[in-house]
Design a protein around this ligand. Structure first.
Ligand SMILES: [Zn+2]
Length: 516
C-alpha cells in the first residue's frame, strides 16, 4: 500500500489573504462544506485572533464539519492560543496551529528575539495548546530560509513539547525543488524525534514552483501538504490543491502516494471558490482553467475523438467536469431544482429554496437554458449575501445617441428602499455614480472586468470590480443576463465587502509582531 499524504487546505485562511478575497462567515461555511465533500483531511478555517469576524467565522465552520479536522491559526502568545481554541473547541476534530518565525532575518528585524527565546516561545506555545487538544501543529515561519540545524532544534523541541505535526513553510516562495527536497531530507535525518510527528510543507508560488517544491518535499519524506483551491493566496498564491493531488493521481509510478481527495469534487470546489472570492482562474491554469481540457488543434481533436488517451492524460470526468451538464428551463419545477441542487452539493433550507426558486424563474424567463454555472451564481450571490448592508432593488438606465446617460437606482438597506439618480459618461458610469452617491462610499475603483459566465450568446455577464478604500481592498462580483445590471450588482457587492472589512480588519501573518 502506498503512503498516505494528508491534505491540509488553507483556502479559508491563507487563501483569504489574497488581496480582496475576504469572506464573511456564511461564505466560509459554504466553502467549508464543499471542502469536506472534497475530502480534505484538515481545513484551516482562519486566524481567530485577527478579528472578531474571523473568530466567529471559524466557530461557524467548526460547528458544521463532521469529517475534516478544523484548525485555527495562532501566534505563540497565550491570548492568540486562547482565541484559537475558543473558536475551534466545538469542532469534531479540533486542531490548534501555532507558529513563530525561525529565520535569522525574521528574528532580528521582526521578532527582535534571539534563537533561545524563539525555542522557548515555541515550546511554551505548543505546551499551552496541548493543554486544550492533542492535535497541535507547529510551524517554523520562513523555515526554508532558516539555519538547518537551528530548524531541526526547534522542531525537536516542539515535538518533545507535544506537537503532532511540524510544518516547514517556504513563506516567501524562494526555494527550488532540489534544494527544498534536500532540506526536508536533512530535517528528517537530523531531528531525532521526527517520527513522532508528521512533517508538513507549506509553499508559496512566487517563482511558480509551489507545486514542484511540494511534490519534491513529499518524495523526500513530508506527509502533509498545505494547499489552497485554485492556488489562491497572498502575492502569487499558495500551492494549488488540484495540481498536487492530480500529479500524484496521474503519475503513481513516480509518486506512489495516495490522498483522501474525491477528485470528482475538484471542479465544483474550484468553481465555488471562484464564485465566492471573486478571484478568477486563469484560462490556462492546470486542471481547473477553462482551457485545461480544450483541444483546439485539429490533429489533437481528431486523436481525442478516436481515443482520448492520445492527447488527454486525465479524463475531464475524473476532476468533476461533467460533459452532460444537465440543463433546467422555464418549466422545471421546484422539486427538480431542489434535487439538482442536491446533486451539486447544495442543501438549502425551505426558505432559501423558495427565495432561490423565484430568482431561478426570473432567470429562466430571460435565458433558455439554465446550467450549473448559472445555478451556482444564483446560490452564491443571491442566497449567501442576504446579510449584506445594501442590495440592488431597482435599476433603470437611459442612454443612446444624443442622450445624456442617466441611471435611476433603488437600493434596499435595513428594510427600506432608497432611490437615487445621476448622470454619467455612459450607462454603467451613471449607475456607478448613483450608487456611489447613495452609499457615500469613498472607494476608488482599481479594476473593472467583464466576462461571460458560460459559452453561448445568451450567457450571463459576469462582472468583477476591485475597490480600494484606505488600505482595504475588496472584490465585488455580479452576475446577470444584463451587463449593466451585473455591473451595478458587482459594485454594490464590493461596497458591502468594504463595509465588512471596516468592521473586521484583516491581519496578515507576515506583518504581525509578537507582543507578549
Ligand atoms: Zn502562507
Amino acid at each position: 500500500m502506498s503512503d498516505r499524504v494528508y491534505i491540509f487546505d488553507t483556502t479559508l485562511r491563507d487563501g483569504e489573504q489574497s488581496p480582496g478575497a475576504t469572506m464573511n462567515a456564511k461564505e466560509k461555511v459554504r466553502i467549508a462544506s464543499r471542502l469536506e465533500a472534497l475530502g480534505v483531511d484538515i481545513m484551516e478555517a482562519g486566524f481567530p485572533a485577527a478579528s472578531e469576524g474571523d473568530f466567529a467565522a471559524v466557530q461557524d465552520v467548526a460547528a458544521v464539519c463532521q469529517k475534516s479536522s478544523v484548525a485555527g491559526l495562532a501566534r505563540t502568545s497565550k491570548s492568540d492560543i486562547d482565541k484559537a481554541w475558543g473558536a475551534v473547541q466545538h469542532a469534531k476534530h479540533p486542531r490548534i496551529h501555532t507558529f513563530i518565525a525561525t529565520s535569522d532575518i525574521h528574528l532580528e528585524h521582526k521578532l527582535k528575539m534571539d534563537r533561545d527565546q524563539v525555542v522557548e516561545a515555541a515550546v511554551n506555545a505548543v505546551k499551552y495548546a496541548k493543554s486544550f487538544t492533542d492535535d497541535v501543529e507547529f510551524s517554523a515561519e520562513d523555515g526554508s530560509r532558516s539555519d538547518r540545524d537551528y530548524l531541526c532544534r526547534v522542531f525537536e523541541a516542539a515535538i518533545a513539547a507535544g506537537a503532532t505535526t511540524v510544518n516547514l513553510p517556504d513563506t516567501v516562495g524562494y526555494a527550488i525543488p532540489h534544494e527544498f527536497a534536500e532540506l526536508v531530507k536533512y530535517v528528517m535525518e537530523h531531528t531525532p524525534n521526527i517520527h513522532q510527528a508528521i512533517l508538513s510543507v507549506h509553499c508559496h508560488n512566487d517563482l511558480g514552483l509551489a507545486t514542484s517544491n511540494t511534490l519534491a518535499a513529499i518524495q523526500a519524506g513530508a506527509r502533509q501538504a498545505e494547499v489552497t483551491v485554485n492556488g489562491i493566496g497572498e502575492r502569487a498564491g499558495n500551492t494549488s490543491l488540484e495540481e498536487v493531488v492530480m500529479a500524484m493521481h496521474t503519475r503513481p509510478n513516480y509518486l506512489d502516494f495516495h490522498t483522501n481527495i474525491v477528485t470528482e469534487q475538484i471542479h465544483p470546489a474550484s468553481r465555488l471558490v471562484r464564485m465566492i472570492t471573486g478571484i478568477m482562474v486563469q484560462p490556462n491554469k492546470a486542471i481547473v482553467g477553462a482551457n485545461a481540457f480544450a483541444h483546439e488543434a485539429g490533429i489533437h481533436q481528431d486523436g481525442v475523438l478516436k481515443n482520448p488517451m492520445t492527447y488527454e492524460i486525465m479524463r475531464p470526468e475524473t476532476v468533476g467536469l461533467s460533459k452532460n451538464n444537465m440543463v433546467l428551463g422555464k418549466h422545471s419545477g421546484r422539486h427538480a431544482l431542489r434535487s439538482h441542487l442536491a446533486d451539486m452539493g447544495y442543501v438549502l433550507s425551505d426558505e432559501e429554496l423558495q427565495d432561490l426558486f423565484i430568482k431561478f424563474k426570473d432567470l429562466a424567463d430571460k435565458k433558455k437554458h439554465v446550467v450549473d454555472e448559472d445555478l451556482e451564481a444564483l446560490v452564491s450571490i443571491g442566497i449567501l449575501r442576504t446579510s449584506d448592508k445594501y442590495s440592488l432593488d431597482y435599476l433603470h438606465v437611459s442612454a443612446g445617441t444624443g442622450v445624456k446617460p442617466t441611471a435611476t437606482v433603488g437600493l434596499k438597506t435595513n428594510g427600506d428602499v432608497l432611490m437615487g439618480a445621476e448622470f454619467g459618461n455612459g450607462p454603467i458610469d451613471a449607475a456607478f455614480n448613483t450608487i456611489a452617491k447613495m452609499t457615500g462610499t469613498t472607494s476608488e475603483m482599481l479594476r473593472f472586468t467583464v466576462s461571460a459566465l458560460t459559452g453561448g450568446t445568451d450567457a450571463q455577464g459576469e462582472v468583477t470590480v476591485r475597490l480600494q478604500e484606505g488600505k482595504n481592498i475588496a472584490l465585488g462580483r455580479g452576475v446577470d443576463p444584463d451587463i449593466i445590471t451585473a455591473s451595478a450588482k458587482a459594485y454594490v457587492n464590493g461596497i458591502n465587502r468594504l463595509e465588512y472589512l471596516r468592521d473586521n480588519p484583516v491581519i496578515s501573518d507576515k506583518d504581525v509582531v509578537e507582543n507578549e
